[in-house]
Design a binder for this molecule. Sequence first.
Ligand code: HEM
Length: 211
Amino acid sequence: MKTTFLKRHGLRLLVHLGALFPAVVMVWNLARGNYLDPIRQMTTATGNTALGLLGLTLACTPLARLAGFRAVLRVRRTLGLCTFAYAAWHLLIFVGWDYGFAWDLLIPALFDQRFVLVGLGAFVILLALALTSTRGWQQRLGRWWKRLQRWIYAAAGLVVLHVLWLSKTPDKALRYGILLVLLLALRWMPIPHTARRAADSPPTDGGFNIS
Ligand code: HEM
């Protein structure tokens, strides 16, 4: 009984706990006053968590297609929604905490700095994907839904530019850029016979379906 539960829900549980963990660490550090520059450190921490989760979301399809690891398809939507949640938190810190919702300062800040503008572009895409990730939207949009979900690659590309333009050195953006190109290349790789069933199976939990 226990084994069946763990087999069925173990990965989902792991993903939920894993995605929650950085939030707990951040809140803990904030509450304990461990941050010397809380706005900057929280911005960086939420941004890096969103970036990591985005990478994991993108890795699900190649894992299912090429390694036949179908279970990941069941957590892909959760990973995508967690990416969006951290990105929203990241943006909220910028808009609310850093700028105190002072729109007269915020509007120029959003449009003057190119790294902020591409970040905003990525966020808008993630928002659209999160809103349409339900089964209802999947049915309403039909074949357009899958096309829309592929915009996740555009969001990832914009995030790479965001990191490139805000960092002093290009190393980190380069690493993520290479990873993104690799993940994209894996999409077009021929599927091994054993993994074909995984690739052909319908999405198991709705949105962020990038097969
Ligand atoms: C309107 C949307 C966004 C705004 C205004 C924004 C703003 C910022 C700011 C101000 C920083 C800190 C720069 C510094 O170190 O001083 C930052 C860092 C970062 N952002 Fe964003 N961001 C946005 C969207 C995103 C999205 C959608 C992601 C990822 C999914 C993201 C990922 C990151 C990462 C990874 C860093 C840290 C890079 C490092 O380690 O130096 N951002 N962002």
